[in-house]
Design a protein around this ligand. Structure first.
Ligand code: KG4
Ligand code: ZN
Length: 349
Protein backbone atom coordinates (compact mmCIF):
# COMPACT_ATOMS: atom_id res chain seq x y z
CA UNK A 1 0.00 0.00 0.00
CA UNK A 2 1.39 3.39 -0.99
CA UNK A 3 0.24 6.85 0.06
CA UNK A 4 1.29 10.19 -1.40
CA UNK A 5 1.49 12.81 1.37
CA UNK A 6 1.15 16.56 0.86
CA UNK A 7 2.05 19.10 3.57
CA UNK A 8 1.28 22.81 3.10
CA UNK A 9 0.12 24.02 6.52
CA UNK A 10 2.66 26.79 6.96
CA UNK A 11 5.94 27.70 5.27
CA UNK A 12 7.23 24.36 3.98
CA UNK A 13 5.92 22.56 0.92
CA UNK A 14 6.49 18.86 1.64
CA UNK A 15 5.64 15.89 -0.58
CA UNK A 16 6.49 12.24 0.10
CA UNK A 17 5.45 8.67 -0.63
CA UNK A 18 5.07 6.13 2.17
CA UNK A 19 5.06 2.45 1.27
CA UNK A 20 3.77 0.06 3.96
CA UNK A 21 6.45 -2.52 3.03
CA UNK A 22 9.43 -0.26 2.45
CA UNK A 23 8.74 2.86 4.54
CA UNK A 24 9.35 6.33 3.11
CA UNK A 25 10.44 5.83 -0.49
CA UNK A 26 10.54 9.46 -1.63
CA UNK A 27 10.53 12.66 0.36
CA UNK A 28 11.07 16.20 -0.94
CA UNK A 29 10.70 19.58 0.69
CA UNK A 30 10.80 23.18 -0.39
CA UNK A 31 11.34 25.58 2.49
CA UNK A 32 10.04 29.14 2.12
CA UNK A 33 12.42 30.45 4.78
CA UNK A 34 14.17 32.88 2.42
CA UNK A 35 10.86 34.21 1.16
CA UNK A 36 9.65 35.13 4.65
CA UNK A 37 13.01 35.99 6.29
CA UNK A 38 12.94 39.58 5.01
CA UNK A 39 9.64 40.10 6.87
CA UNK A 40 10.83 38.49 10.13
CA UNK A 41 8.06 35.86 10.07
CA UNK A 42 5.61 33.99 7.86
CA UNK A 43 3.43 36.15 5.58
CA UNK A 44 0.34 33.94 5.00
CA UNK A 45 -0.58 35.19 1.52
CA UNK A 46 2.98 34.78 0.26
CA UNK A 47 3.04 31.29 1.77
CA UNK A 48 -0.14 30.24 -0.09
CA UNK A 49 1.11 31.61 -3.40
CA UNK A 50 4.42 29.85 -3.07
CA UNK A 51 2.72 26.51 -2.27
CA UNK A 52 0.80 26.95 -5.55
CA UNK A 53 4.11 27.38 -7.40
CA UNK A 54 5.99 24.50 -5.74
CA UNK A 55 3.49 21.75 -5.20
CA UNK A 56 2.99 20.16 -8.63
CA UNK A 57 6.70 20.06 -9.51
CA UNK A 58 7.37 18.37 -6.14
CA UNK A 59 4.64 15.77 -6.80
CA UNK A 60 6.29 15.10 -10.17
CA UNK A 61 9.64 14.80 -8.47
CA UNK A 62 8.58 12.16 -5.90
CA UNK A 63 6.94 10.06 -8.62
CA UNK A 64 10.11 10.29 -10.73
CA UNK A 65 12.44 9.54 -7.83
CA UNK A 66 10.42 6.53 -6.69
CA UNK A 67 9.90 5.36 -10.28
CA UNK A 68 6.15 5.12 -9.66
CA UNK A 69 3.11 6.08 -11.68
CA UNK A 70 -0.08 7.57 -10.22
CA UNK A 71 -1.75 4.13 -10.71
CA UNK A 72 0.81 2.64 -8.29
CA UNK A 73 -0.59 4.79 -5.46
CA UNK A 74 -3.47 3.79 -3.16
CA UNK A 75 -4.42 7.19 -1.74
CA UNK A 76 -3.45 10.84 -1.43
CA UNK A 77 -3.16 12.30 2.07
CA UNK A 78 -2.97 16.03 2.72
CA UNK A 79 -2.75 18.24 5.78
CA UNK A 80 -6.27 19.56 6.40
CA UNK A 81 -5.36 21.52 9.57
CA UNK A 82 -4.43 23.11 11.83
CA UNK A 83 -2.48 25.78 9.97
CA UNK A 84 -2.82 28.84 7.76
CA UNK A 85 -6.15 28.58 5.99
CA UNK A 86 -4.92 29.71 2.55
CA UNK A 87 -1.91 27.42 2.68
CA UNK A 88 -4.10 24.46 3.75
CA UNK A 89 -6.56 25.18 0.93
CA UNK A 90 -3.77 24.90 -1.64
CA UNK A 91 -2.85 21.40 -0.41
CA UNK A 92 -6.44 20.26 -0.10
CA UNK A 93 -7.40 21.56 -3.55
CA UNK A 94 -4.45 19.94 -5.27
CA UNK A 95 -4.85 16.65 -3.37
CA UNK A 96 -8.53 16.45 -4.33
CA UNK A 97 -7.94 17.45 -7.95
CA UNK A 98 -5.16 14.90 -8.43
CA UNK A 99 -7.09 12.19 -6.63
CA UNK A 100 -10.18 12.80 -8.76
CA UNK A 101 -8.22 12.71 -12.00
CA UNK A 102 -6.18 9.64 -10.92
CA UNK A 103 -9.20 7.87 -9.44
CA UNK A 104 -7.72 7.67 -5.95
CA UNK A 105 -9.28 8.33 -2.53
CA UNK A 106 -8.24 11.26 -0.32
CA UNK A 107 -7.28 11.18 3.37
CA UNK A 108 -7.42 14.51 5.25
CA UNK A 109 -4.73 14.49 7.98
CA UNK A 110 -4.39 16.45 11.23
CA UNK A 111 -0.99 18.15 11.14
CA UNK A 112 -0.23 17.49 14.83
CA UNK A 113 -1.11 13.81 14.43
CA UNK A 114 1.42 13.80 11.60
CA UNK A 115 4.07 15.18 14.00
CA UNK A 116 3.01 12.75 16.73
CA UNK A 117 3.33 9.71 14.48
CA UNK A 118 6.56 10.84 12.73
CA UNK A 119 8.85 9.17 15.33
CA UNK A 120 7.21 5.84 14.45
CA UNK A 121 8.84 6.04 11.01
CA UNK A 122 12.17 5.23 12.67
CA UNK A 123 13.46 1.70 13.04
CA UNK A 124 12.84 0.20 16.47
CA UNK A 125 10.32 2.92 17.22
CA UNK A 126 8.00 3.18 20.21
CA UNK A 127 5.22 0.70 20.92
CA UNK A 128 1.94 2.04 22.28
CA UNK A 129 1.15 3.33 24.84
CA UNK A 130 3.43 6.34 25.26
CA UNK A 131 3.51 9.94 26.36
CA UNK A 132 4.18 12.38 23.50
CA UNK A 133 5.68 15.82 23.93
CA UNK A 134 4.62 17.82 20.88
CA UNK A 135 6.63 20.99 20.56
CA UNK A 136 6.22 23.03 17.40
CA UNK A 137 5.83 26.65 16.33
CA UNK A 138 2.11 26.61 17.09
CA UNK A 139 1.69 23.96 19.81
CA UNK A 140 3.20 22.70 23.06
CA UNK A 141 1.30 19.69 24.28
CA UNK A 142 1.74 16.60 26.42
CA UNK A 143 -0.46 13.79 25.16
CA UNK A 144 -1.11 10.28 26.49
CA UNK A 145 -1.25 8.09 23.39
CA UNK A 146 -2.93 4.67 23.68
CA UNK A 147 -3.09 4.00 19.94
CA UNK A 148 -3.55 5.89 16.66
CA UNK A 149 -6.47 8.25 17.31
CA UNK A 150 -6.65 7.60 21.05
CA UNK A 151 -5.23 10.77 22.47
CA UNK A 152 -5.71 12.29 25.90
CA UNK A 153 -4.43 15.82 26.28
CA UNK A 154 -2.49 15.97 29.57
CA UNK A 155 -1.33 19.56 29.35
CA UNK A 156 -0.62 22.38 26.92
CA UNK A 157 0.68 25.90 26.68
CA UNK A 158 -1.69 28.54 27.98
CA UNK A 159 -0.04 31.18 25.77
CA UNK A 160 3.00 30.99 23.47
CA UNK A 161 4.14 27.65 22.08
CA UNK A 162 7.76 26.66 22.80
CA UNK A 163 8.76 27.21 19.16
CA UNK A 164 7.03 30.57 19.14
CA UNK A 165 9.03 31.58 22.23
CA UNK A 166 12.25 30.63 20.38
CA UNK A 167 11.11 32.62 17.33
CA UNK A 168 10.19 35.72 19.34
CA UNK A 169 13.42 35.57 21.35
CA UNK A 170 15.43 35.37 18.13
CA UNK A 171 13.53 38.34 16.73
CA UNK A 172 14.15 40.54 19.76
CA UNK A 173 17.86 39.70 19.64
CA UNK A 174 18.05 40.44 15.91
CA UNK A 175 18.81 36.81 15.01
CA UNK A 176 16.20 36.58 12.28
CA UNK A 177 13.69 33.89 11.35
CA UNK A 178 13.23 30.99 11.93
CA UNK A 179 14.33 31.55 15.48
CA UNK A 180 14.83 28.08 16.96
CA UNK A 181 17.93 27.07 15.01
CA UNK A 182 19.38 30.62 15.33
CA UNK A 183 18.95 30.72 19.12
CA UNK A 184 20.34 27.18 19.46
CA UNK A 185 23.40 28.11 17.36
CA UNK A 186 24.11 31.29 19.37
CA UNK A 187 23.59 29.36 22.62
CA UNK A 188 26.49 27.04 21.78
CA UNK A 189 28.91 29.94 22.42
CA UNK A 190 27.14 31.16 25.56
CA UNK A 191 27.15 30.56 29.31
CA UNK A 192 23.73 29.35 30.40
CA UNK A 193 24.48 30.06 34.07
CA UNK A 194 25.39 33.75 33.73
CA UNK A 195 21.81 34.98 34.10
CA UNK A 196 18.95 33.53 36.10
CA UNK A 197 15.88 32.52 34.04
CA UNK A 198 12.56 31.25 35.44
CA UNK A 199 11.27 27.70 34.79
CA UNK A 200 7.63 28.76 34.29
CA UNK A 201 4.85 26.85 36.07
CA UNK A 202 7.18 24.23 37.51
CA UNK A 203 6.61 25.47 41.08
CA UNK A 204 3.01 24.25 41.08
CA UNK A 205 1.40 20.95 40.17
CA UNK A 206 -0.02 20.35 36.71
CA UNK A 207 1.14 19.73 33.18
CA UNK A 208 0.31 23.03 31.48
CA UNK A 209 2.98 25.38 30.17
CA UNK A 210 3.36 29.13 29.84
CA UNK A 211 6.20 30.69 27.86
CA UNK A 212 5.12 34.30 27.48
CA UNK A 213 6.55 35.35 30.88
CA UNK A 214 9.89 33.76 29.98
CA UNK A 215 9.84 35.71 26.73
CA UNK A 216 9.21 38.99 28.60
CA UNK A 217 11.96 38.13 31.11
CA UNK A 218 14.33 37.60 28.18
CA UNK A 219 13.32 40.92 26.60
CA UNK A 220 13.89 42.87 29.82
CA UNK A 221 17.24 41.14 30.38
CA UNK A 222 18.40 41.74 26.79
CA UNK A 223 17.44 45.43 27.02
CA UNK A 224 19.41 45.79 30.25
CA UNK A 225 22.51 44.56 28.39
CA UNK A 226 22.23 47.07 25.54
CA UNK A 227 24.65 50.01 25.35
CA UNK A 228 23.62 53.65 24.95
CA UNK A 229 23.11 53.09 21.22
CA UNK A 230 20.81 50.15 21.87
CA UNK A 231 23.37 47.60 20.71
CA UNK A 232 24.01 44.27 22.39
CA UNK A 233 27.30 42.37 21.99
CA UNK A 234 27.56 38.93 20.43
CA UNK A 235 28.86 37.51 23.71
CA UNK A 236 25.85 38.89 25.58
CA UNK A 237 23.47 37.53 22.93
CA UNK A 238 25.09 34.11 23.28
CA UNK A 239 24.67 34.11 27.08
CA UNK A 240 21.02 35.19 26.83
CA UNK A 241 20.31 32.49 24.23
CA UNK A 242 22.05 29.82 26.32
CA UNK A 243 20.10 30.78 29.45
CA UNK A 244 16.81 30.93 27.57
CA UNK A 245 17.34 27.58 25.83
CA UNK A 246 18.34 25.95 29.12
CA UNK A 247 15.18 27.29 30.80
CA UNK A 248 12.91 25.99 28.01
CA UNK A 249 14.64 22.59 27.94
CA UNK A 250 14.49 22.28 31.76
CA UNK A 251 10.82 23.27 31.87
CA UNK A 252 9.86 20.77 29.17
CA UNK A 253 11.92 18.03 30.86
CA UNK A 254 10.33 18.62 34.27
CA UNK A 255 6.82 18.41 32.77
CA UNK A 256 7.70 15.25 30.83
CA UNK A 257 8.87 13.63 34.06
CA UNK A 258 5.59 14.55 35.73
CA UNK A 259 3.56 13.27 32.79
CA UNK A 260 5.33 9.90 32.88
CA UNK A 261 4.91 9.65 36.65
CA UNK A 262 1.22 10.61 36.43
CA UNK A 263 0.40 8.11 33.68
CA UNK A 264 2.74 5.37 34.88
CA UNK A 265 4.06 5.09 31.32
CA UNK A 266 7.70 4.36 30.53
CA UNK A 267 7.96 5.55 26.94
CA UNK A 268 8.39 9.18 25.89
CA UNK A 269 8.09 10.32 22.29
CA UNK A 270 9.37 13.74 21.31
CA UNK A 271 8.06 15.39 18.13
CA UNK A 272 7.61 18.71 16.30
CA UNK A 273 10.09 21.37 15.22
CA UNK A 274 11.53 22.00 18.71
CA UNK A 275 12.30 18.26 18.95
CA UNK A 276 15.27 19.17 16.72
CA UNK A 277 16.79 21.06 19.65
CA UNK A 278 19.95 19.25 20.80
CA UNK A 279 19.94 20.64 24.35
CA UNK A 280 16.38 19.40 24.87
CA UNK A 281 17.34 15.98 23.50
CA UNK A 282 20.38 15.83 25.81
CA UNK A 283 18.34 16.70 28.88
CA UNK A 284 15.59 14.21 28.09
CA UNK A 285 18.16 11.53 27.29
CA UNK A 286 19.88 12.11 30.65
CA UNK A 287 16.57 11.88 32.54
CA UNK A 288 15.58 8.81 30.56
CA UNK A 289 18.70 6.87 31.41
CA UNK A 290 18.44 7.97 35.06
CA UNK A 291 14.80 6.94 35.38
CA UNK A 292 14.67 3.96 33.04
CA UNK A 293 12.35 5.48 30.44
CA UNK A 294 12.69 4.84 26.74
CA UNK A 295 13.06 7.98 24.65
CA UNK A 296 12.13 8.21 20.95
CA UNK A 297 12.34 11.03 18.45
CA UNK A 298 12.31 11.38 14.66
CA UNK A 299 15.40 12.00 12.55
CA UNK A 300 16.06 15.74 12.34
CA UNK A 301 14.37 16.34 9.00
CA UNK A 302 11.16 14.69 10.24
CA UNK A 303 11.00 16.94 13.34
CA UNK A 304 10.08 20.04 11.35
CA UNK A 305 7.24 20.04 8.81
CA UNK A 306 7.55 17.43 6.05
CA UNK A 307 5.44 15.37 3.65
CA UNK A 308 6.57 11.99 5.02
CA UNK A 309 4.71 12.35 8.31
CA UNK A 310 1.53 13.25 6.41
CA UNK A 311 1.92 10.26 4.07
CA UNK A 312 2.45 8.00 7.09
CA UNK A 313 -0.50 9.41 9.08
CA UNK A 314 -2.59 9.01 5.91
CA UNK A 315 -1.55 5.37 5.68
CA UNK A 316 -2.57 4.85 9.33
CA UNK A 317 -5.95 6.41 8.51
CA UNK A 318 -6.58 4.70 5.18
CA UNK A 319 -9.91 3.48 6.60
CA UNK A 320 -11.07 7.10 6.36
CA UNK A 321 -10.13 7.59 2.71
CA UNK A 322 -12.92 9.43 0.85
CA UNK A 323 -13.99 9.79 -2.74
CA UNK A 324 -16.27 12.80 -2.39
CA UNK A 325 -13.48 15.17 -3.51
CA UNK A 326 -14.54 17.88 -1.14
CA UNK A 327 -12.08 20.71 -0.47
CA UNK A 328 -12.26 20.96 3.30
CA UNK A 329 -9.80 22.30 5.85
CA UNK A 330 -9.90 22.76 9.63
CA UNK A 331 -7.48 25.56 10.59
CA UNK A 332 -8.02 25.19 14.36
CA UNK A 333 -9.21 21.68 15.27
CA UNK A 334 -7.79 20.33 18.60
CA UNK A 335 -6.07 16.96 18.25
CA UNK A 336 -8.01 15.26 21.04
CA UNK A 337 -11.16 15.55 18.89
CA UNK A 338 -9.66 12.83 16.66
CA UNK A 339 -10.99 9.28 16.91
CA UNK A 340 -9.37 5.94 16.01
CA UNK A 341 -9.12 5.35 12.24
CA UNK A 342 -12.48 4.65 10.67
CA UNK A 343 -14.59 5.68 13.66
CA UNK A 344 -14.98 9.29 12.52
CA UNK A 345 -16.12 8.32 9.05
CA UNK A 346 -18.57 5.77 10.49
CA UNK A 347 -20.02 8.54 12.65
CA UNK A 348 -20.37 10.76 9.56
CA UNK A 349 -22.03 8.12 7.40
O1 KG4 B 1 6.88 21.64 13.53
P1 KG4 B 1 7.34 22.87 12.86
O2 KG4 B 1 8.25 22.73 11.67
O3 KG4 B 1 6.15 23.76 12.39
C1 KG4 B 1 4.97 23.89 13.09
O4 KG4 B 1 4.10 23.00 12.97
O5 KG4 B 1 4.89 24.91 13.82
O6 KG4 B 1 8.07 23.73 13.99
C2 KG4 B 1 8.67 24.95 13.72
C3 KG4 B 1 9.20 25.50 15.03
C4 KG4 B 1 9.69 26.93 14.88
O7 KG4 B 1 9.17 27.70 15.94
C5 KG4 B 1 11.20 26.78 15.00
O8 KG4 B 1 11.83 27.93 15.53
C6 KG4 B 1 11.33 25.58 15.92
O9 KG4 B 1 10.31 24.71 15.50
N1 KG4 B 1 12.63 24.91 15.79
C7 KG4 B 1 13.53 24.84 16.82
C8 KG4 B 1 14.67 24.18 16.28
N2 KG4 B 1 14.42 23.88 14.98
C9 KG4 B 1 13.16 24.33 14.70
N3 KG4 B 1 13.46 25.26 18.09
C10 KG4 B 1 14.54 25.04 18.87
N4 KG4 B 1 15.68 24.44 18.45
C11 KG4 B 1 15.78 23.99 17.17
N5 KG4 B 1 16.91 23.40 16.77
ZN1 ZN C 1 4.40 21.42 12.17
Amino acid sequence: MRVLGIETSCDETGVAIYDSQQGVIADVLFSQVELHAQFGGVVPELASRDHVRRLLPLVDQVLRESDLKPQDLDAIAHTAGPGLVGALLVGSTLANALAWSWDLPVVPVHHMEGHLLAPLLEEGSADFPFVALLVSGGHTQLVAVQAVGQYQLLGESLDDAAGEAFDKTAKMLGLGYPGGPAVAKAALQGDCARHRFPRPMTDRPGLDFSFSGLKTHTLVLANSLRNADGEISEADIADVCAGFEEAVADTLTIKCRRALEQTGMQRLVLAGGVAANQRLREKLAAQSSKRGWQLFYPRLKFCTDNGAMIAYAGACRLAEARRDYRVEVFPRKPMDELRPPGEASEARA
